[in-house]
Design a protein around this ligand. Structure first.
Ligand code: DQA
Length: 139
């Protein structure tokens, strides 16, 4: 059975409470539950992790080295974490980067991703549906 990691970075545990005008009203739990249902329907396994700490995210990227794909929203680390970028480059697993908001419509510091050059692609601005689009992109 194919296995996909779904990694969420800093402040994404605050979904539902955090800037709802930007990120919507759904909690991460609800988003993960919906994604788990989609994974189940498609006959694949999804492993969900969230951390506010860079090192945890790096460890999980390494842990996923034999998985079939990683769906990752690195939060603000997207814009400056060379360590996460290097972790992705160190594993043979394809990564799809997800951003709930349209980062290109927002502050200029959000326009650049240091992660994108080592990912398969980026899904931006489709709200929490972006995670499902990312999973479907692997199937
Ligand atoms: C985000 C966009 C980032 O700029 C921000 O720091 C986040 C969330 C998004 O999902 O739109 O934490 O990755």
């Amino acid at each position: 059975m194919k296995t996909f990691y779904v990694l969420n970075g800093p402040n994404l545990n605050r979904l539902g409470k955090r800037e709802p005008g930007v990120y919507g009203n759904e909690t991460l739990e609800v988003v993960e539950h919906r994604l788990a249902e989609l994974a189940n329907e498609k006959g694949v396994t999804a492993i969900f992790k969230q951390s506010n700490h860079e090192g945890d995210l790096i460890d999980w990227i390494h842990e996923a080295e034999n998985a079939d794909g990683i769906i990752m929203n690195p939060g603000a680390f997207t814009h400056y974490s060379y360590a996460i970028r290097d972790a992705i480059a160190s594993v043979p697993v394809p990564v799809v980067e997800v951003h709930i908001s349209n980062v290109h419509k927002r502050e200029s510091f959000r326009h650049n991703s240091v992660i994108s050059p080592v990912t398969e692609g980026q899904i931006v601005g489709f709200g929490t549906k972006g995670y499902e689009l990312a999973l479907l992109s692997f199937l």
